[in-house]
Write a protein that binds this ligand. Sequence first.
Ligand code: F6R
Length: 633
Amino acid sequence: MNISYKSPGDLEQTRFEKIHSVIFDDSKKASLMIAKEISDLIKEKQKQKKNCVLGLATGSSPISVYQELVRLHNQEGLSFKNVITFNLDEYYPMSKDDINSYNHFMNIHLFDHIDILKENINIPDGSVPIEKINDYCNKYENKIKKCGGIDFQLLGIGRTGHIGFNEPGSNYNSITRLVHLDYLTRNDARKSFFGIENVPTTAITMGIRTIRKSKRIVLMAWGNNKSSVVQKAIEDKIDSNIPASYLQDHKNVTFVLDNAASENLTRIRTPWKTGYSDWNDELKGKAVAWLCEITNKSILNLTESDYNENNLSELLIDSSYYDLNLDFYKKIHRSITGWPGGKPDSDDKARPERSEPPRKRVLIFSPHPDDDVISMGGTFDRLVSQGHEVHVAYQTSGNIAVSNSDVLKFLEVIDSIFPDCASDNNDIIDLLKDNTEIINNARVREIAASIREKESLAATRFIGLEDKNVHFLKLPFYETGTVKKNQTSKADKKIILDIINEIKPHQIYAAGDLADPHGTHKVCLDILFDCLAVLKNKSFMKDCWVWLYRGAWHEWPIHEIDMAVPMSPNQVLRKRKAIFYHQTQKDNVMFQGDDNREFWVRAEDRNREIAKKFRDIGMSDYTAIETFKRYHF
Ligand code: F6R
């Protein structure tokens, strides 16, 4: 077993786990560790004058690992001359040059930037004629054997539990072959193929046996949409319906997880069941909230037996069940406020925000031009109507999420009103008419950005904000004109530092999508956190509180909520209307994600569901609630 990953100190903690797994705060740190293991192995083999055979994966998970390997090559002289690679899989049919091919993926993320010998690269060929596929797959399998087998296999995990493209039902003894792809897998890939109908239904993949023969296996999983399948693979019985669970049989495998992907493991979700609990106030709150859920009771109705019968007797050593109930009840009760900017002239001990100063400068960061209203539209509305100086800063232009047909519609309107411009726009109109893909053309992207700006202004005006308080930051990392974004740079940070320095806010609101490993929200949050670390000693920052809201899809667990802002039925309707102003993001949205509901429906469902949870644990009965967690920097 590799010793560079820290294992949990207490074996009790992992007693439900059948696969060695380590958890990192975030996927970046975890990726550095994986890249280090790979580079140590390559160097070790170099010393022994041997080849190093790597099994490689594609997808979003390994991108940071490959980035670090490229950095190690460029800056620390790591050579890949002794490396032979075998990729896990490729869509079928698929030409090597297609931008969706894994061949293309590997070139742009790794092979084009290192000194690997081209003849040492092996990726299943998606263009082999169908009648030759079996023969081709056997040769792929034999080539791995001839090279001495795989020394190190890097894996991701699909939401179906697939490894490689071994979907549920795959055989324990399967080898490289042609397979049919699961609907969920194709749906997850639809973003880069511009619709599920364009995602191939079949693929070539190494088999379970091929993978299991590797001498060392590291599987990465980032983000909470993997947490359920990760838990099943690690803790449940081996099951062909969760192919990753076959790895329980392997002697040298590690699952490397970020916090979000680990959140369903017993040691994280309900650590008291493992017999190992480091009780602090947050964990106590988590336990009481969980107890309410499984007993179907409100906080103040929980009894001593409820605690005893559900592995929580340890909690009763230092306090009575009654005190535990009361402490948690008070915490949640205190979090509820109709005054998100603080209630002027009031005793604020029992409120989440300070009453002073009565009129606060508030800076709302919104990763895309609409997250502000989708995620905290009700709170935004209250802050403005309660007289605070509110600013909203849209971090990215969001320009790739405007469909060609929307850009075309606006251009045609302009042309019909100003016929003199028509000839200037003809080329672009032709381009837009003929294309279903995102068009990486500067003018088209500029128009798309402008459409989103005007939609945002319509929404912020509706809320009552003056245009001068609306800032479009257009962070450069986003401006690639494609789904793939640039690395963040000093230029991104400078823009965020400048606006905070200029406004000197008493409150910052930001999208705290900690679980979104590669998306724009997480990148925007990381930039903000870096800036807060830089600014923290400035005197005005001592008065600045940071509140994190969740994006369109997740909610804070109830015990982590520090501020809950209820909405009346009328405010729910106002929020809906503000979201409606973002017309290009309604109906046929370009980047919908896994959830087919429109954004306003998701927001309303989520705000209603959390209000119901508050009611279930014994709080007042509100129509809807928006929630926030305070970030202490
Ligand atoms: C990719 C592969 C797949 C992915 C899995 C996770 O070569 O074989 O098993 O590892 O689908 O994909 P991401 O990392 O995009 O979540």
